[in-house]
Design a protein around this ligand. Structure first.
Ligand code: C2E
Ligand code: MG
Ligand code: MG
Length: 698
C-alpha cells in the first residue's frame, strides 16, 4: 500500500467555534441565533461597547457578525477598534447590514472586512459564508503554526517539487549546510553530495522512496565550506488526491556530535587507553582477519607474544608515571619496526602482541623479531638516567599451528615463557608437535589419577623361591591396571607416563600401602612370607620418604617389618649416593630391607654396592634369558653372583623361564630366583590359595 502523505484540509479545532453577533435590533439577533446555535457557540452583543468587551475576553470569538447601523457606536467604528486592538485584530468580521448598495460593500471590504451580508439575510447563504470564513480562519491559523514550526525547527527541512528542484528550505537548513535559502532555490539537492556514497546507495534510496513513500538513514554530505558532515535524514514523498507525487520533503538532523561520541566510545572499546594501540578486543578481531587471509591467500600469520624483561624495576625505581612513559615509547618503537598491515596490540602491563599477517617465509617473521629486539634494546632516558631493557618473544605460526585465536595466543604465550626460561632477550617458536605430545601426556596423567581414584589398580604377586630348598620365600608385588576399556595393563603400558612426576610418588605410595595391608592380612592368617615392592628412584629420593614410610608402617605395629622389601628401580637415576644411603639406612633402621633391581643394566656400578647399605642384588632378566647360549651373558651372571657374594649380599635371578635356567643358576651358586618356570605373577587371592599351606614348588 502506498502510504504517501496527502495534503489535508485545514480543520477547526475540536471545540465548537465561537461566533459573536453584534446587532441592536432584537429581532435580527434572534434570527441569527436560531440559525447558528445548532453548530456554533453563539454570543450576542446589543451595542458596540458590549461587542468590544466580549471580543477582548478569552476565549475570543472566532468570527464576528457585525451590524453597521447602530446607535452611539456604528459598525465601522467597532470594526476600527477591533483592528486596533492586539487581541482582536485577527478576528475575521462579516458585516451584516440593510445597506445593499455596492459602495457600502466596497467600503467595508476595503476596510478589511472578511465578508458582507445584506439584510434580510438568506439563511442558507449566511450559513455557507460563516462556514467558509471559519474554514479560512482555521486554515490560516494552521498555516501560521506550520510556518512557525518550519522556521524554528532544529532540524533542517527542504521541500522540493516532484522533479526534486528545491522549493523551500528553513533556517536550520542554512545553518547546517552553510547555503542561504536564495542560493539553493531551484537547485537539485545533489549539490550536497560528498562522494562518500556510491551510485548504488542513491539508487537503493530512491527505490525505497518510490515503493514505500519514505526513506530514512544516515547520509554523509558536504557543506558549503567543503566539510564532510553526517546527517540523519528522512525523505517523504507528498502526493495529491490522485496519488501523484507533487513534492518531496527532506528532514535532517546533524549527527556530527553523535558520531564523534560514537567514535570515542569505539576507540575506548578497541584501543589501549595508555598507548592508543589496539587492545585485546581489537587484537582478537585482527587475528580472525589474519587467519582468514592466511587461509585465502595460502600465507602464514605470525602471532608474537612480547614480554619486556625486567620492566618491574623501572616502575619500582622511577615510579609508575615513568613506567607509563616507557610503555608508550615501547609501543611506538615496536610500531616503527612493522610493515603496513601488521598490528601491535597491548594486552596490559608490559605484555604486547604483534601480528604479522601475510608471511610467505619464516625469515620475514624472524627479520621483524630481530628489528623489534633491536628497537627495544636502544637505551631509554628516564629522569636523566639511562635504562636498558630487553624483550622475550614467543611466536606461534598459523597454519602450522592450526588453531583458533585463543589457542594461538596461548601457544605464543607458552613459547614466550620458554624464551624467558632460556635466558630472556630472545624469541622462541612454539612447536605444535611437542605440544601434541605434551597434551597426550597430560591426558594420560589425568587418566591414571582417575584410575587411582576409581580403585582400578591391583597388585599381582610373583613367587620368589630358594633355588636350593625350592621353598617360596617371598613374593614380588607387581602393579596391574584393570582398565575398564583396555583390559588388564602391564606396568610398561602406563608407568612411563608418570615418570618423575608427583603422580609417580602417589602411585608408589598406593603400592606400599596395598602391599603392607596384604602382608598384614597374610600375617594374621599365619601365612608368613616376604613381600617386595618396586620403588622408583625419584620416589626414594623425594623429601619425606622416610617419614612417610615410618608413618605408614606404624599403622601395622604387629607386623615384622623385615617382611617388607624395597626393590630400587632405575639405579642410574640415583643422584646423591650419600643422601640415598642415609635414606636407606633410616628405612633399614625401621626393619625394612632393600634390593637393587635389574642389576647389571643401565649404569650399575660397583660404587653402588660400596655406598648403599643394601641386602640383595637382583640379576636382570636380560642376562638370565640368554645365559645358556650366550657366553657373555653367562659370564655376567657368574660375575654378578660372585660380586654379590663378595659384598655378602643375597642374589635373586629374575626371568627364570625354564628348568634349565633354574638348574644352571642353582649350580652357579645363585640362591634365589623368580620366573615363569616357577610361576607367573598372579592376583593376591590366587597367590594365597596356592602357597599358604605348601611353601614348596614342585
Ligand atoms: P621388575 O621389577 O624387574 O619386575 C619383573 C618383571 O619381570 C615383571 O614384569 C615380571 O612380570 C616380569 N617377569 C617375571 N618373570 C619373568 C619371566 O620368566 N620372563 C619374563 N619375560 N618376564 C618375567 P612386569 O610386571 O611387567 O613389570 C615390569 C616392570 O615394571 C618391573 O620390572 C618394574 O620395573 C616395574 N614395576 C612393576 N610393578 C611396579 C610397581 O608397583 N611400582 C613401580 N614403580 N614399578 C613397577
Ligand atoms: Mg622388581
Ligand atoms: Mg627386575
Amino acid at each position: 500500500m502506498n502510504s504517501k502523505t496527502k495534503v489535508k484540509e485545514a480543520k477547526p479545532a475540536d471545540r465548537r467555534p465561537i461566533i459573536l453577533i453584534v446587532d441592536d435590533v432584537r429581532f435580527n439577533q434572534e434570527v441569527l441565533v436560531s440559525l447558528l446555535s445548532a453548530d456554533y457557540q453563539v454570543k450576542v452583543a446589543g451595542n458596540g461597547f458590549r461587542a468590544l468587551e466580549i471580543a477582548q475576553r478569552s476565549p475570543s470569538p472566532d468570527l464576528i457578525l457585525l451590524d453597521i447601523n447602530m446607535p452611539e457606536m456604528n459598525g465601522y467604528e467597532v470594526f476600527k477598534q477591533l483592528k486596533n486592538h492586539k487581541s482582536t485584530c485577527d478576528i475575521p468580521v462579516i458585516f451584516v447590514t440593510a445597506a445593499s448598495d455596492s459602495d457600502s460593500e466596497l467600503h467595508a471590504l476595503q476596510m478589511g472586512a472578511a465578508d458582507y451580508i445584506t439584510k434580510p439575510i438568506s439563511p442558507a447563504i449566511t450559513l455557507l459564508r460563516v462556514k467558509y470564513q471559519l474554514l479560512i480562519r482555521f486554515s490560516l491559523e494552521k498555516l501560521n503554526l506550520a510556518s512557525i514550526v518550519f522556521d524554528n525547527a532544529m532540524e533542517s527541512i527542504m521541500v522540493t517539487d516532484a522533479l526534486s528542484n528545491i522549493l523551500d528550505t528553513n533556517p536550520a537548513f542554512s545553518r547546517m549546510t552553510g547555503y542561504s535559502h536564495e542560493e539553493v532555490l531551484g537547485e537539485n539537492p545533489r549539490f550536497l553530495k560528498s562522494g562518500y556514497h556510491d551510485q548504488a546507495f542513491y539508487e537503493a534510496m530512491w527505490q525505497t522512496i518510490i515503493t514505500t513513500g519514505h526513506w530514512s538513514g544516515e547520509l554523509w554530505n558536504r557543506n558549503k565550506f567543503g566539510e564532510l558532515y553526517p546527517e540523519l535524514r528522512s525523505i517523504s514523498a507528498i502526493t495529491d488526491s490522485l496519488g501523484t507525487v507533487t513534492h518531496y520533503v527532506g528532514i535532517s538532523s546533524d549527527i556530527s556530535l553523535l558520531k564523534q561520541h560514537e567514535s570515542k566510545l569505539e576507540h575506548l572499546a578497541h584501543y589501549d587507553a595508555l598507548t592508543s594501540i589496539p587492545n585485546r578486543v581489537l587484537l582478537a578481531d585482527r587475528m580472525k582477519q589474519g587467519i582468514a587471509q592466511a587461509k585465502r591467500e595460502r600465507t602464514m600469520l605470525g602471532v608474537c607474544y612480547l614480554d619486556i624483561d625486567g620492566f618491574k624495576p623501572v616502575n619500582d625505581n622511577f615510579g609508575h608515571q615513568a613506567g607509563d612513559q616507557v610503555l608508550i615509547e615501547i609501543a611506538r618503537r615496536i610500531g616503527n619496526t612493522l610493515r603496513e598491515g601488521d598490528t601491535v596490540a597491548r594486552l596490559g602491563g608490559d605484555e604486547f602482541v604483534v601480528l604479522l599477517p601475510n608471511l610467505n617465509h619464516l625469515e620475514e617473521c624472524i627479520a621483524t623479531l630481530n628489528r623489534i629486539n633491536e628497537a627495544i634494546a636502544q637505551p631509554f632516558h628516564i629522569q636523566e638516567q639511562t635504562v636498558c631493557l630487553t624483550t622475550s618473544i614467543g611466536v606461534s605460526i598459523f597454519p602450522s599451528d592450526n588453531k583458533d585465536t585463543d589457542e594461538l595466543l596461548r601457544h605464543a604465550d607458552q613459547a614466550m615463557y620458554v624464551a624467558k626460561q632460556s635466558g630472556k632477550n630472545r624469541f622462541h617458536f612454539f612447536d605444535p608437535m611437542y605440544d601434541q605430545q605434551h597434551q597426550a601426556y597430560h591426558e594420560a596423567m589425568l587418566r591414571i589419577q582417575e584410575g587411582l581414584d576409581n580403585d582400578e589398580f591391583e597388585l599381582y604377586y610373583q613367587p620368589k623361591v630358594n633355588l636350593c630348598t625350592r621353598k617360596v620365600v617371598g613374593a614380588e608385588a607387581l602393579i596391574r591396571w584393570n582398565h575398564p576399556e583396555r583390559g588388564l595393563l602391564l606396568p610398561n603400558a602406563f608407568l612411563n607416563d608418570i615418570r618423575n612426576s608427583e603422580l609417580e610418588i602417589k602411585v608408589g605410595e598406593w603400592v606400599i600401602e596395598t602391599a603392607l595391608a596384604k602382608l598384614m592380612e597374610w600375617c594374621e592368617a599365619d601365612f608368613s612370607i616376604n613381600v617386595s615392592v618396586n620403588i622408583a628412584a625419584c620416589h626414594l629420593q623425594s623429601t619425606g620418604f622416610v617419614q612417610y614410610l615410618e608413618k605408614t608402617i606404624c599403622l601395622y605395629p604387629d607386623l615384622p617389618f623385615e617382611r617388607l622389601h624395597i626393590e630400587i628401580l632405575e639405579t642410574a637415576a640415583l643422584e646423591d649416593f650419600s643422601v640415598v644411603a642415609s635414606t636407606i639406612k633410616a628405612c633399614r633402621h625401621l626393619g625394612v630391607l632393600f634390593s637393587l633391581d635389574d642389576f647389571g643394566t643401565g649404569y650399575s656400578s660397583l660404587s653402588y654396592l660400596h655406598h648403599l647399605p643394601i641386602d640383595t642384588l637382583k640379576i636382570d632378566q636380560t642376562f638370565v634369558r640368554d645365559m645358556l647360549v650366550d657366553k657373555g651373558d653367562n659370564a655376567i651372571v657368574k660375575g654378578v653372583i660372585a660380586i654379590s657374594k663378595a659384598f655378602e649380599l643375597n642374589t635373586v635371578a629374575e626371568g627364570i623361564e625354564t628348568m634349565e635356567h633354574f638348574h644352571a643358576l642353582h649350580a652357579l651358586g645363585c640362591e634365589f630366583g623368580q620366573g615363569y618356570a616357577i610361576a607367573r605373577p598372579m592376583p593376591a587371592s590366587v597367590f594365597h590359595d596356592r602357597y599358604n599351606r605348601d611353601h614348596e614348588i614342585n
